[in-house]
Design a protein around this ligand. Sequence first.
Ligand SMILES: *[C@@H]1O[C@H](CO)[C@@H](O)[C@H](O)[C@H]1NC(C)=O
Ligand SMILES: *[C@@H]1O[C@H](CO)[C@@H](O)[C@H](O)[C@H]1NC(C)=O
Ligand SMILES: *[C@@H]1O[C@H](CO)[C@@H](O)[C@H](O)[C@H]1NC(C)=O
Length: 439
Amino acid sequence: MMKYLKLTTFFFFFALSISRNRALDPCASQSDGSDLSVIPIYSKCSPFKPPEADSMVNTVIKMASKDPQRLKFLSSLVAQKPTVAPIASGQQLHIGNYVVRAKIGTPGQLLFMVLDTSSDTAWVPCSGCSGCSSTTFSPNSSTTFGPLDCSLAQCTQVRGLSCPATGAAAPCLFNLSYGGDSSFSATLAQDSLRLATDVVPNFAFGCINAVSGNSVPPQGLLGLGRGPLSLVTQSSSLYSGIFSYCLPSFKSYYFSGSLKLGPVGQPKNIRTTPLLRNPHRPSLYYVNLTGVTVGRVNVPIAPELLAFDSNTGAGTIIDSGTVITRFVQPVYAAIRDEFRKQVAGPFSTLGAFDTCFEASSEAGAPVVSLHFTGLDLKLPLENTLIHSSAGTLSCLAMAAAPSNVNSVLNVIANLQQQNLRILFDVANSRLGIARELCN
Ligand SMILES: *[C@@H]1O[C@H](CO)[C@@H](O)[C@H](O)[C@H]1NC(C)=O
Ligand SMILES: *[C@@H]1O[C@H](CO)[C@@H](O)[C@H](O)[C@H]1NC(C)=O
Ligand SMILES: *[C@@H]1O[C@H](CO)[C@@H](O)[C@H](O)[C@H]1NC(C)=O
């Protein structure tokens, strides 16, 4: 009997310790196949988390305070001539709200790279970089690394390139501005990129030599845009130009969403809207936002404020690097005014949010729906409202584009995308959205 008891006790503790180890390490990669974890940058599993977890609303407000710079950056992408934005100093926060684990080189070197659907080129800090953080990629430790020369086709595809006009053999150097307040210089190179169990051989990326400003993601960036040098294009034989992600809520400190690359495992019955192509700005994912309803009211918005125009860059994009959805000023004002009509005031301001009200009035808050060609997105309440840390206030979680940026873009951002699967089917030029809880 005693022996039996001991044995069961042993098994009991054994089983307990296994499950406890799993519970203790929520950050261990759960990837199978090409399902990659997407980690909020301030969450438990991110190397960039602050020493102490802050409340969700404070985290969002802090992150959203970088949105104006993001909008400036996105606007510089849609402007006829990309501008180099002035460098601001003293910003502590890095742009980039979600990171994925990727390995570069052979053997693979692990980097937590920021996911950016509005950039094409991938880039990582390389050893010897001036102004980079301590985690860098060491080309010398990889047997598959190779620099790319100015004479190669890939070299002409990078923005901000500086090659000698004569076509002489020279390293393919480029200098990019990023995040609206930073810039870096890099050399185009190639190496194996490892994502979960997949390998993209000879992947072209920028090896960063020098950084100025604070917005350049410390361990690099994975561009998921549509342009020629993006991961989507470079891996087209492997992934057929299809990927999707589900962004977890910023509330979920421990959890991560997923990035799914390729056609396998994507939702079958998903409603889609056509992706619009802007030949001047091939990296951006434009969609046709045709209207917004608040409750049962179709918000009066002049069609030209939503219209896609490839000459001016106007229209609506889906972006993974902006925190809260930003509409051009008159569009936001119309949505907000209608929202305020349907909720009991008075209204106050909290950070970027100008329509905060007593949380006790929340039950009557109207549903906000975004209408795209062929697809209506009824925003879940958690994608519409955000609560103050004490829980007493509830705020409409959207804002106008900053007034100092001459923006013509509406940007559908992270907070409105969370717990949805967003399918980017570049091959068939469509974008799908389906509800999925990935917290
Ligand atoms: C990498 O190797 C090259 C050539 O051997 C050498 O010149 C360079 O200093 C090395 N770089 C680092 C960062 O170790
Ligand atoms: C990139 O170019 C700009 C403009 O010429 C320059 O001010 C900046 O210092 C360069 N950045 C780096 C990191 O070399
Ligand atoms: C966007 O939708 C509107 C309304 O249906 C339509 O008139 C317009 O042509 C569409 N724009 C594009 C670029 O498809």
